[in-house]
Design a protein around this ligand. Structure first.
Ligand SMILES: [Ca+2]
Ligand SMILES: [Ca+2]
Length: 99
């Protein structure tokens, strides 16, 4: 995986989701509701994405995906994902209510 779009197409995210679905995803994974997806929360998200893609979840692949996501989506490199960064990972089709 060399590009962020490879990641998106692998998990069928490139087509975009509704802002409602984005809210749902966000609430689902930001379990401590602090406004950031941290490493542990990100692992849950990756696990679910991999299971959806019928991919075996191993510690090695988990590490690889985490690194990949952080490289491409953590644009301010603070080691966690905020809403803006998550929106790059889950492009929203109707951005009106997501800002
Ligand atoms: Ca959090
Ligand atoms: Ca960040």
């Amino acid at each position: 995986m060399a590009e962020s779009k490879d990641f998106l197409s692998k998990f069928h995210l490139e087509a975009g989701i509704s802002s409602k679905d984005f809210q749902k995803i966000w609430k689902n994974y930001d379990t401590d509701e602090n406004g950031y997806i941290e490493q542990g929360e990100l692992e849950n998200l990756i696990k679910d994405l991999m299971m959806q893609a019928d991919e075996e979840v191993t510690p090695a692949s988990m590490q690889a995906y985490k690194k990949h996501i952080m490289t491409f989506f953590d644009s301010n490199t603070d080691g966690r994902l905020d809403v803006k960064e998550m929106l790059k990972m889950f492009p929203v089709k109707d951005p009106s209510s997501s800002a």
